[in-house]
Structure formats: C-alpha cells, structure tokens
Design a protein. Structure first.
Lengths: 133, 527
C-alpha cells in the first residue's frame, strides 16, 4: 500500500467526490451552532489555505470540526470545500457572507453540497489499472 | 616526582629564590594533577630572561616556613647547566654580531649609494646652468627676461624635488630584507642612465661646440628637472601606489598554537609581503606563550610511552627499512586498538582548569576593586590642606599593590602568564592606570586577556630575528597559492595566499514607488 500511496502523491492524483450533507443545528443558549469552523473567501488570502489543492482557490473550506457536534454527527469532514448552502452558491462569496449564510437564525437545518478530496476512490480506480504483482 | 629537578627554559635563569618560589607552588598544588609539571620539556629557548620574579623574596620566605620538605624539591642551578648556557650565549652573541655587521655594511652601502646618486641628480641642473658662465663667459648671450623667469622655475622645481625625495626615500628604515628591493634598484638605474645620457648630450652638443644660446641651455636644464619630477612620480606609483589595491588574501597561522589571522595585501614581492605580515603580527596576534603548550606535549609523550616494540625475529634481517615500517605500523595498530581513556582525563582536566581560572578571576576582581577604593584623587584646593599624606602615582601604586598582589599572582600562575609580567611592570601599569583615572576593570584588562606582543616588556620582542623560508624566489611576486614560512626562534608563521576573485557586479533599479504592501487576511470563523 505504501508504494501505491507514494506513486499517487507524486503525481498529485486525487478525485473529487461531491457529497450532500444535512446538518441539524443545535441550540446552545441563545445561539444555533453547527459545530465546525470555516476559512477562505474571496477577500482572504488563498495561499494560506492548507486544504485546497489549487492555491488560488478562494472557496470556503471546513477548517475544524468540533468532535461530537452536529457537523461531526452528520458526516462533515475537515478539508471539505463547501459549494452550496441551502441552494446558495458559496464558491464566490466573501468570508463574512459565508458566515451569515450558515448562521441564519430562522433556519434549523442546513443542507450543504461539499466536495471532498478522496484518496480511497483514486486508489480503487488505480488498482484496477495496476495489477498487483 | 617531587625529587625530579625539572629544567625548563625559564627556571635556569633564576637564582635560589626563584627555585624555591617554584617549589612553593608545587607543594601548594599538591592535590592537583601534576602531569604537566613533571614532563616540562628540556627546551633551551633563547629568550632574554624575565626581569625579576613576580613577588619579591618576602612573600616566598613566608611560605618556606610552612613547608616541610622544601629542601628536597628545590630546583638547583647546577654547574653543567650554567656552562652550557654560557657557551650557547657566546655562540648566539657572535652570530648576532656577524649578522648585524653584515646587515649594517649593506645598509650603509646602499645609503651612501643613494646619497651619491641624489647629489648627482641635484647638482646636475645647477652645473648645466653654471658651466657656460665659467667656460666661455664672453661668447655667451645675455640672459633675457624669459630666461630669468626660467631660473625661478628651475629653483622651485628643484626645491619641490628635494622635498619629494626626502619624503619618499629618506624615512627611517623599517627592516632589513634578505634581497635587494627590486623596484628601487630599477629606479636608481633608470635615474642614473637618464642623468648620464643628459650629460652626454650636454657634453657633446654644448660643451664641445660652446653654444652661445644661453636661453636654450637654461631650457635644457629645465627639461631635465621636469623629467626628474616625472621619474619621481613613477617612483611613487611603483613603490607606494601599486600595492594599495588589495589583490590577495593571505592566511597567517602560528605553528605552535594555531592562531590564525587573515589579511588583504596588494601586489607585492614575497619579501615585502612577509614584512607587512610581520608588522601585522606584532599588533594582531596574542603573545606567544610556550607554557600553554606543555599540556599537549605531555599527552603526546604519554601516548608514545605506552607501547614498546620488540623485535623477535633477531638482528641481521634483510629489508631493514621494511621492518621499521612494519614496526611503526604495528605500533599504530596497537595504539588504535588500545582502550584509551586519555580523552576522559582531558575533559575533566579542562573542566577543572576552567573552574579554577574562574574562581581565581573572581577573587582577583574583588581584590582589585577593593584596592582601588583606598585611593582617591586629591583636588587642587585640598592639596594645600594636608601635604603630609600626599603621594604621587608611583607611591600610590606601591601603597595599594600588596593588597592585590597575591590574588594577581595566583591568577597569573593559573593562566600560565607569570613570566610575561614582572612585579615592576605591574606596578608601572598600576601607576599609569591611577594617573589616568582608569577603573579597576581597565587595569585588569591587560592581565585577563593576552595582548599583542608589543604590549609586553622588551625582552619578549627585542631580539627578534625572522627567517623567510620560501620555495619561490623572494623577490618574485605573490601568486595565488604561494606558501612561505616566517621562522622565528620559538615558532614559525605559515603563510598561504589566495587571489581575491574577479568581482562581476550588475545593477538593478528599484523604483521607490514600487514598495507596496497588503495585509494577509486569514480568518477562521466558527459557526
């Protein structure tokens, strides 16, 4: 497995999986929280983003997940890029706009469309191409 | 080990007091390791002796009373040592005499040649001007205004030439170099040829034909003086200006303790480069202290003493050289395999020494600071009040010296510098510091760090004879990778030179308005 991983990282071969995740907001005191942190935005410096493959990508990324929180329960993972929130596009928004879209007080549920860098998919695809000796 | 009479280069110059002075130190240091004392080399160093022992007899005799077996451990000055010393002394003196006579002869010879040439050069224009008046005064045309103006010009140019030659050539000689100074010799030959050719022309065209045109003769003399000034310009360029631009980086290493310095020199001949390096040596290198090298020598002796090689094959073996070779190889192999713990000893010895030095230094600093508090500079008004206790700097130094003497002596002994400083020199230095309002720290600075050689008393540097050892000719120029040695009696300086590389520089223009910055925003918000 190790040799295969090396080969893949050398060529930078990842496949991007799109996932739909539904998060139920949790009420904590006066706030509705989702249990994760976001980074990125068109007004931010894309070079600082550790999760993006393309360092000019100014999209919104999940930078931290509170363990046991609503996002964790729903299956959101660190490094996911949020493409849509409840149908609203998140690929070309400022950081503050993204935050506002996620924390609307009148919504209990957010449905996210996220893109995830998936290594397992790539490995499965490549295994078919390179037969084991 | 106590009964061994050690005979090192500095002990045989002293009398009884010095010998017992040394033993006092040994008995006091009884608990410390004495490997370095017991194996001091029998080196006969031809240095002039230190002026006097550090502390006079009074303090030493006090120690004698406490010690029991001082009689066994006294270093005696035996008859044979004195004889051998005096013989070598005589040899050294005659050698010095011969060398100095030889060198002085050469120096006076060159000096007289230079003076003769100078006189010739200065008197020639005057002779050119005066001879027509002496030899054919009636035929000579009278000197008009322009001609007399030229007299003034000749006079001033000669004066300038005189001052310039005095400034460039008549400086006190710095050194006696082994070979002749090539550029100076060339210039002297050039000047001689030049003056001789002018005389030839003068003799043939003017004296023989008895030319009446006096103005022409005066102009001829002026042209001679002009040309001499230009030759002097050439002399300045060749002798002074050419070597100013740095061309070589030389690395100078002292062979005994590895002190290294780097200097930049211009294009010089090897002997002139050696002279420049020696002058730098006197002000940059810390003074050579042979006492610091005894530790490594004793370690080396211990390494060699550990193994003995026996030849079991019997004598009369063929290939004796091969045998010796294999013997030494066997020794090296055995030494490598042997479990040597000398590194352990070295480590602990050095740590212990470091600790000891620091402790002594702390005591010394405190003692000196306390001593300095006893002295106060008297103001002008106070001087009239109490003339009784007034002391001049020397007396003040003598008054406070005893309170710090012991701590200073111990410190110097621990750092093995005791032979560099005599009591007289310390008191002189103390008086100097008191006169100039220096703090105790300033006073101690010359004892805490070894300074350059010239700082110490004259015996350390007076009779210095340097020998230049070089494979290339010493009048040839310095080249990249040239190596030569400057040998002195105690040590040698190894000099290697490297050419400073050609520097290719390019320019880049930055518009001052192009310096613009933005903030890097990287927020992380939790939702």
């Amino acid at each position: 497995m190790q040799e295969v991983v090396l080969l893949l990282t050398n060529f930078g071969f990842y496949s991007l999986k799109q996932q739909r995740i539904e998060i139920q907001k949790l009420r904590q005191g006066n706030n509705l929280i989702l249990g994760f942190s976001i980074g990125g935005g068109i007004d931010q410096d894309p070079g600082q983003n550790p999760f993006s493959e393309d360092k000019t990508d100014k999209g919104i990324y999940v930078t931290r997940i509170t363990p046991g929180g609503p996002a964790d329960v729903a299956g959101l993972m660190m490094g996911d890029k949020i493409m849509q929130v409840n149908g609203w596009d998140m690929t070309m928004v400022t950081h503050d706009k993204a935050r506002k879209r996620l924390t609307k007080k009148n919504e209990d549920v957010v449905r996210l469309l996220v893109t995830r860098k998936s290594l397992e998919e790539a490995v499965k695809q490549s295994m078919g191409g390179f037969p084991r000796p | 080990m106590d009964t061994e009479s050690t005979y090192s280069g500095y002990s045989y110059y002293s009398g009884r007091s010095r010998g017992s002075h040394r033993h006092g130190e040994r008995s006091r240091d009884r608990h410390k390791s004495r490997s370095k004392d017991s194996r001091s080399e029998k080196s006969v160093t031809i240095n002039t002796p230190p002026a006097e022992p550090l502390l006079g007899d009074s303090a030493v005799r006090g120690e004698q009373v406490q010690d029991d077996n001082w009689g066994e451990t006294t270093t005696a000055v035996t008859g044979t040592s004195e004889h051998s010393l005096s013989q070598e002394d005589i040899v050294r003196i005659t050698k010095d005499l011969e060398d100095s006579v030889g060198l002085d002869c050469r120096r006076y010879f060159t000096r007289t040649l230079a003076v003769i040439l100078g006189l010739l050069v200065f008197l020639t224009p005057l002779a050119f001007l005066v001879l027509p008046h002496l030899l054919w005064p009636e035929k000579l045309q009278s000197c008009g205004t322009a001609c007399e103006g030229l007299f003034i010009s000749v006079a001033f140019k000669l004066l300038i030439l005189l001052l310039a030659v005095w400034a460039l050539f008549f400086r006190p000689a710095r050194a006696g170099l082994p070979r002749v100074f090539v550029f100076r010799a060339l210039l002297a030959v050039l000047v001689l040829l030049f003056v001789v050719s002018y005389w030839l022309f003068y003799g043939v065209r003017i004296l023989d034909s008895q030319d009446e045109n006096y103005q022409g003769i005066v102009q001829y003399a002026v042209s001679l003086v002009d040309a001499l000034l230009f030759i002097h310009y050439l002399a300045i360029v060749l002798l002074e200006l050419r070597q100013l631009q740095p061309c070589f980086s030389v690395c100078v290493t002292r062979s005994t303790d590895g002190e290294t310095r780097h200097y930049n020199l211009g294009q010089l001949s090897i002997q002139r480069a050696a002279l420049a390096i020696i002058e730098h040596y006197y002000c940059d290198f810390p003074v050579h202290n042979p006492a610091l090298l005894s530790a490594s020598k004793s370690r080396a002796a211990k390494h060699l003493a550990g193994l003995k090689v026996y030849n079991v094959d019997g004598p009369g073996n063929n290939a004796a050289a091969g045998l010796a070779h294999s013997q030494s190889r066997a020794m090296i192999a055995a030494a490598a395999r042997r479990r040597d713990t000398s590194h352990n000893e070295l480590y602990y010895e050095e740590a212990e020494h470091e600790r000891r030095v620091r402790k002594r230094k702390a005591r010394l600093v405190v003692a000196v600071e306390e001593a300095f508090t006893h002295i106060k500079r008297m103001q002008e008004e106070e001087q009239k009040k109490a003339p009784g206790d007034v002391m001049d700097p020397r007396e003040a130094a003598q008054a406070i010296f005893p309170s710090m003497a012991r701590a200073l002596q111990k410190y110097l002994r621990t750092t093995k510098q005791q032979h560099c400083h005599s009591m007289e020199s310390i008191q002189q230095h103390l008086a100097f510091c008191i006169t100039n309002n220096m703090t105790p720290k300033a006073f101690l600075e010359s004892y805490l760090t070894p300074g350059p050689t010239l700082q110490y008393s004259r015996d350390h540097w007076l009779a210095r004879q340097w020998t230049l050892i070089s494979e290339a000719s010493v009048t040839s120029g310095l080249k990249d990778g040239s190596i030569f040695l400057l040998k002195c009696v105690d040590f040698s300086l190894v000099v290697t030179s490297k050419k400073i590389p050609y520097i290719q520089m390019s320019e880049e223009y930055i518009d001052p308005k192009s310096h613009k910055f933005v903030l890097r925003l990287q927020s992380e918000t939790s939702v």
